[in-house]
Design a protein around this ligand. Structure first.
Ligand code: ZN
Length: 117
C-alpha cells in the first residue's frame, strides 16, 4: 500500500488556485466600481438600478476579500504545519469538511457545539 501523493501539496494548489480566482474577481469588482463612479445616470429609475448594482458589487467585493483573508490564513497554517487542526479542540478536522471548506479552522463538532469542549 502506498500513501496518496502529498495531500498537503494538493491542498496548497487548491488554495492557490482559489486565491487566483478570487484575486481575478476582485480586479473585476474594482474595475466595475471605477466604471460606476461618476457614471450615474441622470434618469432616476436608471440611477436606482445603478446604485443597487453598486451595492451588489460592494458585497461581492467584501465576501471576496473576506475569503481571501481566510485562504491566506489557511496557507499560513499549511506552512506552520497546523493545517486541518481544529483551533478549538486541537483534533484533526474531518476530511469531508476540509473538502467542502478548505480554509476551515474548526471541526464539525466544534461548529455544531460551539460551547462544548
Ligand atoms: Zn474541534
Amino acid at each position: 500500500m502506498t500513501l496518496p501523493t502529498s495531500p498537503q501539496k494538493d491542498i496548497r494548489e487548491r488554495l492557490l488556485r482559489r486565491r487566483d480566482e478570487l484575486r481575478g474577481r476582485l480586479d473585476q469588482v474594482n474595475a466595475d466600481q471605477r466604471r460606476a463612479a461618476g457614471a450615474l445616470s441622470a434618469d432616476a429609475p436608471d440611477r436606482a438600478i445603478q446604485l443597487e448594482n453598486d451595492e451588489v458589487i460592494d458585497s461581492i467585493g467584501q465576501t471576496t476579500r473576506a475569503e481571501l483573508v481566510k485562504i491566506d490564513a489557511a496557507l499560513g497554517r499549511l506552512d506552520a504545519g497546523r493545517y486541518g487542526i481544529c483551533e478549538d479542540c486541537e483534533r484533526v478536522i474531518e476530511a469531508q469538511r476540509l473538502a467542502a471548506v478548505p480554509y476551515a479552522t474548526q471541526c464539525l463538532q466544534c461548529i455544531s457545539e460551539p460551547n462544548a469542549s
